[in-house]
Design a protein around this ligand. Structure first.
Ligand SMILES: Cc1cc2nc3c(=O)[nH]c(=O)nc-3n(C[C@H](O)[C@H](O)[C@H](O)COP(=O)(O)O)c2cc1C
Ligand SMILES: [Fe+2]
Ligand SMILES: [Fe+2]
Length: 414
């Protein structure tokens, strides 16, 4: 099958829609993903980005359906990660007259993946333009959004921003433009993509948004998911909020359990937070509701936990003690959050134990490492089944988390 989508006369999307990927280097792509590549046929012919290596044949077929492969002049590489550069070696081989166009840092990164000794390169400097005839590409580096060599390309004549990973989403669809789909779903996936891939680099993203606000844009063509041809204000606002870590009114209770004692504690924290959210709603008619979610670590993917945690103001983390330590599922959430560098969240550690210290204490220590302010100096603990006193502590912690999340939300609204 070959299938391409025209953006403008002579500019087509020729990448691959991957309905079957479910694990994208640990990102749970439950809705599939796409690797977008763009072919520009002007006086010169340029291909912007490629696809994952296993789909090189499909990319080649798509390009060849529009132009003789010998006529491809430029293979533009905006980002060396292998979901975009994976098929570059195959394209270099298939397009004998093509020069690889990229920044110096990108060439370095490509050398780490491929034997490039036979490749022709044209290195572009930051903000340099490459003329294709009637149209041109200006290369703007966006370092650490999300790799050192990450670059976007702007085509002023058509007002198109080829944004690579920025503004992308992981979902496979037959439509290729956001406005042809359920827009709320696209925003949800864009947010998940941001939380899981881009979040550690919020400061750099804010710089990119500042630079982008000066560009006249009619189309954003990312390397994943659907293309944006409207709602730019909404998209930039959403990205700015995610990059600044703006709090939503939200509390998460994240836990694992072996024999349900820690689960009883989690449910009580959840109930305390929900009860308090009902009080807050009564006192603030018309205001948004405080969202409280109970999330079992082994039944909720890390991808979803991160997407929900991005804008939460308060989180409870619970684990029983397992072999004098915490459960591996909870450890992996804490380790994942450590790298994602979300804005701080008011937190509490809790869990059940049999005979010694371990799970709850390890969480308390992890909260200090995360620099999440802890509600209580020591974790809330229960020996085996939580008694009335332990449950009361959990209920109270839930209410306090709800109040803390509400305060954080109000603080950002000021
Ligand atoms: C495989 C296994 C290992 C355990 N290791 C410890 C331990 O090292 N120290 C401890 O205090 N309790 C240990 N326990 C006991 C549990 O922490 C205790 O039963 C707790 O109440 C379990 O909470 P849960 O019902 O939320 O799973 C262990 C239990 C299991 C099943
Ligand atoms: Fe990437
Ligand atoms: Fe990517």
């Amino acid at each position: 099958m070959n299938l391409t989508t025209e953006l403008r006369p002579g500019i087509d999307q020729v990448g691959y829609v991957d309905y079957n990927v479910r694990d994208f280097h640990s990102y749970d792509t439950r809705l599939g993903a796409t690797y977008n590549a763009y072919l520009i046929r002007d006086e010169k012919v340029a291909l912007i980005d490629t696809v994952k290596a296993p789909f090189a044949a499909q990319l080649k077929r798509n390009v060849a359906s529009l132009v003789d492969l010998e006529k491809v002049d430029y293979l533009v590489c905006l980002h060396a990660e292998l979901d975009h550069a994976g098929a570059l070696a195959a394209m270099v081989e298939a397009c004998p007259n093509a020069t690889v166009v990229c920044g110096a840092k990108c060439k370095d990164a490509l050398e780490g993946f491929f034997d490039v000794s036979n490749w022709k390169f044209q290195i572009v400097a930051p903000n340099e333009s490459l003329s294709l005839g009637k149209r041109s590409l200006t290369f703007v580096p966006v370092p650490m959004v999300h790799w050192p060599e990450s670059t976007v390309a702007y085509m002023p004549e058509e007002k198109i921003l080829f944004s690579n990973d920025a503004f992308g989403q992981h979902l496979a669809t037959s439509e290729r433009f956001v406005d042809e789909c359920d827009v709320a779903k696209v925003f949800e996936e864009a947010k998940s993509y941001y939380a899981n891939i881009v979040a550690p680099y919020g400061r750099q993203v804010l710089n990119v948004l500042k630079a982008a606000s000066g560009l006249d844009i009619e189309l954003i063509a990312p390397a994943h998911g659907l293309m944006w041809r409207d709602r730019f204000g909404e998209l930039m606002e959403a990205y700015a909020a995610w990059a600044s870590g703006t709090y939503a009114p939200k509390v998460l209770v994240i836990y694992d359990t072996m024999w349900q004692s820690t689960e009883l504690m989690a449910e009580e924290i959840y109930a305390g937070a929900v009860e308090q959210s009902q009080k807050i709603a009564k006192e603030n008619p018309g205001a948004p509701r405080l969202d409280v979610q109970l999330m079992h670590c082994r039944k909720t993917t890390l991808t979803r936990l991160a997407a929900e945690a991005l804008d939460a103001g308060a989180i409870a983390f619970g684990s029983p003690t397992l072999n004098a330590h915490l459960m591996p599922s909870v450890a992996s959430v804490l380790a994942y959050f450590q790298g994602l560098k979300f804005r701080e969240k008011t937190s509490v550690a809790f869990g059940s134990f049999g005979w010694g210290v371990g799970g709850p204490e390890a969480i308390q220590k992890a909260l200090a490492d995360l620099k999440y302010p802890a509600l209580t100096e020591a974790p809330i603990k229960a020996k085996q089944r939580p008694d009335a006193e332990a449950l009361a502590k959990c209920r109270e912690a839930g209410a306090n988390l709800a109040n803390a999340a509400w305060e954080r939300y109000l603080g950002d609204k000021k």
